[in-house]
Design a protein around this ligand. Sequence first.
Ligand SMILES: Cc1ncc(COP(=O)(O)O)c(C=O)c1O
Length: 380
Amino acid sequence: MRFETRAIHAGQSPDPVTGAVVTPIYATSTYAQPAPGEHTGYEYSRTDNPTRTALQEVLAALEGVPEESGGGCVATSSGMAATALVGHLLRPGDHLVLPDDAYGGTYRFFAGVLADHGVEWTAADLTDPGSLQAALRPATRLVWVETPTNPLLRVVDLGAVVDLAHTAGAIVCVDNTFATPFLQRPLQHGADLVLHSTTKYLGGHSDTVGGALITADPALHQRLRFLQNATGPIPGPFDAYLVLRGIKTLALRMERHCANAGSVASWLEADPRVEEVAYPGLASHPQHGLAARQMTGFGGMVSFRPRGGREAARRIVAATTYFLLAESLGGVESLIEVPALMTHLSVAGTPLQVPDDLIRLSVGIEHADDLIADLDRALG
Ligand SMILES: Cc1ncc(COP(=O)(O)O)c(C=O)c1O
């Protein structure tokens, strides 16, 4: 089955009772048992719910988990809930490496929560193997990767990071939120875990918050299932349904996101009012060749710095019409923001600080001409 077919059919056979072609929203907390302990595989919805199972199965299939591997997916109530489950794999005295431009919330969790539980961290530039090598310690158990990174859109060589991390005895978790499995499948590069904020492209319509962790390693999968049941950060069945519904059109949407982002990035790069543009699809991007090898498209996120510094950035983001000034990304509608003041406020004053004149665009699936006209007006 090819990707587009899996997105619609994996885990989503017609309902055996009614033939319904859409997986029902199983709004139930519990399941009747004919005799104590005799159940159909479902006993309580914190442990398992059929709508969530369908979502977990399709996500595992899209990330390329072999059916016979015993691996799978654990869907969570948010991307951060998935990050927190990964945190529960670590123990006091363990050390992890974070990218030096990780999503601000990821940094906040590891530096502001897990550090209080005795887990140490080091930030490294994962585009530079020397920087990762220098950050690794005998106690390093986890290397966290984002690629493309949020918000600088740097691209990390997954195979190279996996080799270094595994040699050091650490597992690799890749936050694949920006690329989605349509454009990049980290497990094929040897990563141990893939994380998603399903809030973004997988849900795709800015109407739900969710997360997921996917692994082909059966022991890791069982441990994550245990942790999910033990700590409880599950999505409700309606949220699982919304993400399932979004995934059906993921391939179509990503094609349009990539095409529009490419047009917007090229237009910005040619405009004298713009200082610098970061988009992995531009030949000027420092890791453009790597992105072309590792991804099947360059994604829908574009970052740029206007001439005129942070005052210009503040003015521009307040002046667009179709690009809505808002946090988040990956929905059908275009969004604009200043990471230093919004999504990445929590990294101000840390090694992960982002430039205060950087503007991040989540390029939606509207017509590219309208989006470019909107930016043209706003740049003034
Ligand atoms: C790359 C990335 N990872 C993880 C998250 C956290 O996801 P959530 O907001 O669903 O908790 C975000 C949120 O913006 C993100 O951009």
